[in-house]
Design a binder for this molecule. Sequence first.
Ligand code: PRP
Ligand code: URA
Length: 214
Amino acid sequence: MSAPPTLHVSQHPAVLHKLAILRDERVEPKKFREIVRELSWLLGYEALRDARVRPLTVRTPLEETEAHELGDRIGLVPILRAGLGMVDAMLELMPTAQVWHLGLFRDERTLRPVEYYNKLPDSATVDLCLILDPMLATGGSATAAIEVLKRWGAVRIKLVNLIAAPEGVAAVSDAHPDVHIHCAALDRQLNDRGYIMPGLGDAGDRQFGTGKAE
Ligand code: PRP
Ligand code: URA
């Protein structure tokens, strides 16, 4: 697969360093959540580089000067459950963002997304939506979320993932070539259970300590 122009894989050394910790199977949920949070901040920072600003005037202790403030109304859309761990860091970056939760889980047999929570109001209230989900695997969940947001009236949508699979990137970019994808890594492939290889395992279970006992 040649990478679509909408795919942005961070090359930042801090991202690479934290990603190695996240992948390590020995990392406990507390540390895992901490790294999810730190990576989210860094990826959010990169994803927002073309957010719109508007001019304003501020007075420094010395004189008045032209400055800027965020002009876009930003909507954060975490995909439950695993996307929850990305919200706090994004809110630190953009304290005025709105947060709209979407509940989707992947049917383990069909790998198709099942929607179970959506309380979006009738029409879009933001200019730029960032969908937050650590994993882009088959792309089913991301595509479903994008379709919900487009029906809602969202025009500018970006996906922020920690790890993406080529299959998921292709599914999203084929169906929604306008949606940019920001991630920390583009991994090799999916396995026969739809898990990203090498990946990090189940992002929800690793954050919330709900993996199957050995
Ligand atoms: C994971 C992940 C994505 C989805 C990705 O969630 O957080 O939402 O799988 O897979 P896809 O690209 O093939 O759709 P999961 O369904 O495991 O739910 P959870 O967050 O509640 O654990
Ligand atoms: N969801 C996860 O949490 N991990 C994967 O590898 C694929 C989907």
